[in-house]
Write a protein that binds this ligand. Structure first.
Ligand code: NAP
Length: 320
């Protein structure tokens, strides 16, 4: 099979397309014929060797894919050959034509969801679900600011929060992103590339502030986010790429909190709830993963550059 292999940590050029033996599932494992792979920002941090999780070399990147069960190992009961699935982590890496996964790492892909959409389910929608339900304890009638709503996590969060009955304020930094988030759950849209957008958001709340901020770039926005909160407000830190100074008094005055998480540290019970919630939303149409760009697997290096550039519009997907 063809797969991307990383033999040394470094820039996007270390992603090499190689010919590897197709793996065979051991007991409790499944072999997935991959039709589409989701590219996530963490794939780039891991490839650079700067991420908290540093895989042993060589490795094939990727946790998010969608495809069809090709073969199953002894004892597998959950799926059978021919079933459509999405992956939430794999054993051998998703940037490949085939990947091994543990039985519990594959989940039913509803018929109405394409493979490319399925490749954008786990990290983006799992993160949005955990942020809204578990971390923010979001309630219908609250107001949420999705700060960075044009990418994978933000577009998922906009759709989900809208379906949950929240008032959704979303931001994007390009016209393409602004047009996208208008269609994906936002009641009002703001441009985070413009100075003064925080003041516009506060004005839109009538001076009350927002109950929840889902923050995609905390090192830039956290200080301003705290000033945007209503009483008992919560900032949920999802993305961060550096350091920032905040004034803790902004939290004290508002009885507010700032919390962070990584999707890798959720509990098995939380993960089970997430997949049940996501599959229901994918089936009933409230969750509609947005595919912004599809490229062949050989273009993995290009996707690792583009995902870190401004101008997000849904998911970047690789087709093996
Ligand atoms: P993505 O698809 O690349 O999208 C990035 C988003 O950030 C876009 O909406 C982009 O908007 C926005 N952005 C850029 N500059 C911004 C600014 N100044 N203020 C607010 N937003 C800004 O990435 P993603 O998959 O959605 O992930 C978003 C972040 O969360 C990444 O840093 C990722 O590593 C992190 N993440 C964390 C977890 C976790 O477990 N904590 C899980 C998933 C993702 P424009 O392009 O329109 O400017």
């Amino acid at each position: 099979m063809k797969a991307i292999l990383v033999r040394e940590f470094g820039g996007p050029e270390v992603l090499k397309l190689e010919e590897l033996p197709t793996p065979k599932p051991a007991a409790g494992q499944v072999l997935v014929r991959i039709h589409a792979v989701g590219v996530n920002p963490y794939d780039t941090y891991m490839r650079a060797g700067t991420y908290a999780v540093k895989p042993p070399l060589p490795y094939t990147p990727g946790s998010d894919a969608a495809g069809v069960i090709e073969a199953i190992g002894d004892g597998v009961k959950k799926v059978k050959p021919g079933d459509r699935v999405y992956t939430a982590k794999t054993v051998t890496g998703a940037y490949a034509q085939y990947a091994l996964a543990q039985e519990e790492q594959v989940h039913t892909l509803p018929e109405k969801i394409s493979y490319s959409q399925g490749a954008g389910v786990w990290v983006p929608y799992g993160t949005a679900y955990h942020a809204l339900h578990h971390s923010a304890d979001a309630r219908a009638s609250e107001t949420v600011l999705v700060h960075g709503a044009s990418g994978g996590v933000g577009s998922a969060a906009g759709q989900m929060a809208h379906a949950m009955g929240l008032t959704v304020f979303s931001t994007a930094g390009t016209q393409r992103g602004i047009d996208l988030v208008k269609h994906e759950g936002a009641h009002q849209v703001f441009d985070h590339s413009k100075a003064g957008h925080s003041e516009e958001i506060m004005k839109a709340t009538g001076g009350r502030g927002v109950d929840i901020v889902l923050e995609m770039l905390a090192n830039v926005n956290l200080s301003a986010d705290l000033k945007l909160l209503a009483t008992n407000g919560r900032v949920i830190i999802i993305g961060n790429r550096g350091e920032i100074t905040i004034n803790p008094r902004d939290l004290m005055l508002r009885r507010a909190s700032a919390r962070g998480f990584t999707i890798w540290a959720i509990t098995p019970a939380e993960e089970a709830e997430i997949h049940a919630g996501l599959i229901a939303g994918l089936e009933n149409g409230t969750l509609r993963p947005i595919v912004g760009k599809e490229l062949p697997l050989a273009e993995a290096a290009r996707t690792h550059k583009e995902i870190l550039e401004p101008g997000a519009a849904g998911k970047i997907v690789l087709l093996p």
